[in-house]
Write a protein that binds this ligand. Structure first.
Ligand code: NDP
Length: 447
């Protein structure tokens, strides 16, 4: 039962008592709640707060054991999770992450964020996230395959093309999706679009791999255009060297921006004169084909800076595309001091809560990940539609579609808000638009 008198501190207390060790999740909820509550006042704010009590409880969290044999024939055990958070606007949808840091808090925060991201796209998709604490680094091809098979042996019981549709995330790319989908097929003989991010040979969209990175740059361009800023020749800092980062770099180069950095968990690769297209091809080979760290870079340009993040380098735009909490308050202060004009998030929640606080009232365009990186899930929705009618699209059709969806997401972000001091608060706009949609659906469905 909803309480009529729920206050903001009640929700904080609930978060503290029921989700106390889940800091990432707590931060994600409070961030959305603050934006939403600032918009409503009086009685409606009380109703909204009591609704939060409902919203912050996932529909279910599935935990399972994964047993697999390594190359020495020794049995290994990992933990698997799927958080099915909310399906009020469509089937659960969200990626799978394989990384040693995966735990329930991180997946809950990612699933919670995914509800809002998916709502922003305008497509009928609910929010979910899953994964395992399995570390793919240093594993052989056989070990990756055996692990993916063992993971799907459990997960297949809980997913379905009208129920829950997983995709990739950190540590899960086209190769892993192939093994996961292959196992699903062997278990069910059901060739439906239950996973997205598949290879185009068996139902995937060409252009899905590029979609999140390209979409980020499309979103950035919409915001820059709004403020009469041209992307040409802008100096951009990109972090990460994975799927999102390298396709962000690719689209930035097409837009004639100058990309100064990529990074990984061990350091930053700095290109004083900007990365060339040939160097980007070499980076893709190093990372995607050979799965090597950036310190193995042998190019003539590019200075490797061990244990350094990109954010202290002078630039116009910063695009964090690696992981959560990778840009802290000090990094934000440094960027502000260096006169950065925009921070556009390719990763999920890369700027810490304290960092976001510092951005408030500054002239920097802050473009939140839940809107800017929604291109991947938007193209995944197209993949699902294609699978349902046994059709495929060309790469240019997909890119055209993506560009239109990103423009729609941009418009949705400014739908409910006015400019203040000549600028939009995109984060508040994104949270509000998505919240209203989910709120109305849950009320209409359950009361
Ligand atoms: P990948 O696994 O392809 O790449 C992740 C990159 O981030 C790697 O270069 C990795 O370096 C680096 N990284 C990981 N941890 C850290 C760290 N603590 N500090 C610095 N660098 C780090 O993942 P994706 O590119 O798919 O995902 C990146 C982000 O984008 C994640 O937040 C993800 O949730 C988000 N996202 C992804 C989407 C997609 O379509 N793939 C869709 C929407 C959001 P190393 O190799 O050293 O670990």
């Amino acid at each position: 039962m909803e309480s009529k008198q729920t206050s903001k501190s009640d929700i904080k207390e609930i978060l503290q008592s029921k989700h106390s060790y889940q800091t990432e999740f707590r931060d994600a909820v409070l961030e959305v709640m603050d934006d939403v509550i600032n918009y409503y006042d009086g009685d409606s704010s009380e109703n909204i707060l009591s609704f939060f009590n409902r919203l912050i409880e996932p529909d279910r969290t599935i935990k399972f054991k994964i047993e697999w044999f390594d190359d020495q024939n020794i049995l290994q055990v990992n933990r698997g999770f799927r958080v099915q958070f909310n399906n009020s606007i469509g089937p659960y949808k969200g990626g799978i992450r394989f990384h040693p840091t995966v735990n329930e808090s991180i997946l809950k925060f990612l699933a919670f964020e995914q509800i809002f991201k998916n709502a922003l796209t305008g497509f009928p998709m609910g929010g979910a996230k899953g994964g395992s604490d399995f570390n793919p680094k240093g594993k052989s091809e056989h070990e990756i395959r055996r692990f993916c098979q063992a993971f799907m042996m459990e997960l297949y019981k809980y997913i379905g093309s009208n129920k829950d549709i997983p995709a990739g995330d950190i540590g899960v790319g086209t190769r892993e999706i192939g093994y996961l989908y292959g196992t699903y097929l062997r278990l069910t003989d059901n060739f439906s679009g239950v996973l997205t991010g598949k290879h185009p040979n068996f139902g995937g969209s060409c252009g899905r791999e590029e979609a999140t990175g390209y979409g980020c740059v499309f979103f950035l361009k919409n915001a820059l255009n709004e403020h009469q800023i041209d992307l040409t020749d802008k100096r951009v800092l990109v972090s990460g060297a994975g799927n999102v980062a390298l396709y962000t770099v690719e689209k930035l180069l097409e837009e004639n921006a100058k990309v100064l950095t990529v990074s990984d968990s061990k350091g930053t690769l700095y290109f004083e004169n900007g990365i060339t297209s040939k160097e980007l091809d070499d980076l893709k080979e190093l990372k995607f084909t050979h799965k090597q760290p950036l310190k193995e870079w042998k190019g003539k340009n590019g200075e490797y800076r061990e244990d350094e993040k990109p954010w202290s380098i002078n630039a116009d735009i910063a695009m964090p595309c690696a992981t959560q909490n990778e840009m802290d308050a000090n990094d934000v202060k440094t960027l502000i001091r260096n006169g950065v004009e925009a921070i556009c998030e390719g990763a999920n929640m890369p700027v810490t809560g304290e960092g976001v606080e510092i951005l408030k009232g500054n002239k920097i365009l802050y473009l939140p990940g839940k809107a800017a990186n929604a291109g991947g899930v938007a193209v995944s929705n197209l993949e699902l539609s294609q699978n349902a009618v046994r059709q495929s699209s060309t790469k240019s059709e997909i890119e055209n579609h993506l560009s239109k969806v990103m423009e729609r997401i941009y418009r949705n972000c400014i739908d409910n808000i006015e400019k203040e001091g000549g600028q939009y608060n995109y984060k508040a706009g994104a949270n509000l638009y998505a919240f209203k949609k989910v709120y109305k659906s849950m009320k209409d469905l359950v009361g």
